[in-house]
Design a protein around this ligand. Structure first.
Ligand code: HEM
Length: 363
């Protein structure tokens, strides 16, 4: 009997091991792979997000994801002086140039109900560079007015592709999505582990962590992922009592009333000889395969940011990875469907709130 139990445990272990490891088969390519059903997949996502926005039943319609902001601050984005020639594309074309920006820090959860900073969650950092053509950068037909970088504090996204993402969004029971049916080879074990890892305990401060793009982007001829890492990442004791559901905002108010914030903005280049696919953002591009290279410093000067007017201004901003120069455009199927979803979410909430997207971004 004991022998049978041991054999059973070993069999279960190997089945789960293989089910976990063989659940991603995204090929490594340097160009994007397009799906035939992409328009339909984008519409599935749009429908789910609009349904969620309606389900929140609050008088104010917040963003479909990353609804709660901790801070929306003014920041300088300073391109490094020593940036290597092969990486000088788009906004990184002129070493030493400084761009002005808005940065919105947020919890990942959609909806405002029960959106407590003390909960485990993903934490977002969305950067909007404006007046980007002021220093002689040439604007081409496919380029946006702003250059934006959207990140959260986990190096990987929890699903591998748009079909899985839509199935997850549509499933009534979010845990069951990962382990549905009796065939473990159809489970999403790797995604389950990523989902659990994405739900992180809150950082001591939104200024003291590292944020990642998860998905791939262009940097001229290169495929890259990007990241913003606090210039001083060492653990610090939060000065605000963190049983407070809004402690991340209070922490930032305190920090920026007397000091500055700083992030290193870095990119990682795809090396196609390594397992660095662009069509599966649940695969981490390992730093041992391609280390991050610093391209800019994000400097957040000491400021008061939480006036009701500034909060309203920022809530009405629309961030999107597709607000981008063509040389920095998002790539991969999950990125491509984000174009329609962000537009639809923004349009819907602005309409419901009878609000306009601010056009004058300068400060
Ligand atoms: C893949 C990695 C992803 C990252 C790093 C990311 C990050 C973010 C961040 C930081 C925001 C907040 C923007 C702000 O402050 O206004 C945001 C908003 C949003 N995200 Fe994502 N996101 C990701 C994937 C996705 C995907 C795959 C979808 C859906 C297809 C999605 C849907 C949304 C929506 C609907 C919003 C709200 C847009 C609005 O109403 O303005 N995200 N995301």
């Amino acid at each position: 009997m004991r022998f049978i139990k041991i054999v059973l445990v070993i069999v279960v272990f190997f089945v789960l091991y293989f089910a976990y490891h063989f659940s991603s088969n995204a090929p490594v390519t340097t160009s994007e792979i397009f799906r035939d059903d992409e328009a339909a997949q984008a519409q599935r996502s749009v429908d789910q997000f609009i349904k969620e926005l309606d389900a929140d039943k609050t008088s104010y319609v917040a963003r479909g994801a990353h609804s709660k902001a901790h801070a929306c601050v003014k920041a300088f984005f300073e391109i490094n002086e020593d940036i290597q020639a092969e990486l000088q594309h788009g906004i990184f074309r002129q070493p030493g140039v400084t761009f002005k920006s808005w940065i919105r820090f947020s919890n990942g959860k959609g909806g405002m109900k029960g959106n407590y900073d003390t909960n485990k969650d993903a934490h977002g950092m969305a950067v909007k560079l404006f007046n980007i053509y002021a220093n002689g950068l040439e604007k081409n037909a496919a380029d946006s007015e702003t250059q934006e970088f959207l990140m959260h504090d986990s190096p990987v996204f929890f699903v591998a592709n748009v079909n899985d993402y839509n199935q997850f969004l549509e499933s009534e029971d979010k845990i069951l999505y990962f382990v549905e049916g009796i065939n473990p080879f159809k489970w999403h074990l790797r995604e389950l582990i990523h989902a659990l890892n994405t739900l992180k305990p809150p950082p001591v401060s939104p200024l003291k962590t590292q944020y990642f793009s998860n998905t791939a982007y262009k940097l001229g001829p290169h495929n890259i992922k990007f990241s913003a890492r606090s210039c001083s990442l060492q653990e610090e004791q939060s000065s605000t009592e963190n049983s407070d559901p809004d402690f991340l905002q209070k922490e930032m108010v305190k920090k920026l009333s007397s000091g500055d914030g700083c992030f290193d903005f870095m990119v990682q280049l795809q090396d196609p000889t390594k397992y660095m696919p662009i069509e599966d953002p649940s695969i981490e591009w390992r730093e041992s395969d391609s280390p991050f290279i610093s391209l800019a410093k994000i400097k957040i000067p000491s400021q008061v940011f939480n006036s009701p007017e500034q909060r309203e201004f920022c809530e009405n901003l629309s961030f999107s990875p597709w607000n981008s120069l063509d040389v920095h455009r998002p790539i991969g199927e999950l990125n491509r469907i984000r174009k329609e979803v962000y537009q639809a979410s923004s349009k819907y909430r602005h309409k419901k709130n009878k609000a306009e997207v601010p056009t004058n971004l300068d400060w």
